[in-house]
Design a protein around this ligand. Structure first.
Ligand SMILES: *[C@@H]1O[C@H](CO)[C@@H](O)[C@H](O)[C@H]1NC(C)=O
Ligand SMILES: *[C@@H]1O[C@H](CO)[C@@H](O)[C@H](O)[C@H]1NC(C)=O
Length: 205
């Protein structure tokens, strides 16, 4: 009997553990307690692998003092704007943050500090071409999101910027290279023809 109770307790503990880890925090439950700004201007196009983003974040002091007392860490992420999520299930926004695919690229994670946070990040070469914004999540000691802030509005349609991927640029470089080598082949061929004609003309003399 005692074993049965223990077993029940163990499975209850396991189940509640699974419940907290499998059922993530819902985004809509998070207060927007962080003020986040990023250097790109609205509509700016950044080149992956070259251009930089400087992000600043702080606690919005309009919220009561102490609201941020459980905050331990802040993670800043690069997130897809809705315009770049259309027809792409792998970028879909889901309210359950365990399943959400909006913010796939980590910019930085740092211990929480209510003010004076800035970080400059070079847009990684692996970032795909898309329209983005920046979001920061505050985490508690259980590693759960407890607050957020972002550079865009709630509808995620203002103050967005773009990243131009490195592959897109390579394609145009490759095309330029192909055109150029095509041009070289043609001119080389032209050169041979001219040389042959000269040689023929010489022989005929
Ligand atoms: C700070 O939070 C308050 C309360 O939610 C909000 O009204 C205000 O707009 C926020 N400040 C900024 C700069 O976003
Ligand atoms: C902000 O950080 C910089 C460098 O880390 C420091 O020099 C400055 O005094 C800090 N300002 C405040 C208000 O904490």
């Amino acid at each position: 009997m005692a074993m049965g109770v223990d077993g029940f307790m163990v499975s209850t503990i396991v189940l509640s553990y699974l419940a907290t880890t499998c059922y993530g925090v819902s985004f809509s439950s998070l207060p927007k307690t962080l003020l986040v700004t990023a250097s790109p201007s609205s509509g700016q196009v950044l080149k992956a692998g070259e251009d930089k983003i400087t992000v600043s974040w702080s606690y919005n002091n309009t919220f009561p003092a102490g609201t941020d007392s459980p905050y331990k860490k802040v993670t800043v992420k690069l997130c897809y704007a809705p315009v770049s999520q259309v027809d792409r299930a792998w970028r879909k926004t889901v309210d359950n943050l365990e399943k959400d695919k909006t913010c796939q690229f980590k910019i930085v994670a740092k211990p929480y500090n209510p003010s004076n946070n800035t970080f400059t990040w070079t847009v990684e070469r692996s970032i795909p071409s898309a329209t983005y914004f920046v979001r920061a999540y505050a985490f508690n000691s259980a590693d759960e999101q407890v607050g957020f802030g972002q550079t865009t509005n709630a509808k995620k349609d203002t103050n967005l910027f773009q990243v131009q991927a490195i592959t897109g640029r390579h394609v145009s470089l490759d095309i330029a290279a192909i055109c150029f080598s095509g041009f070289s082949v043609v001119s080389l061929f032209g050169f041979f023809v001219m040389e042959k004609r000269k040689a023929k003309a010489y022989q005929q003399k």
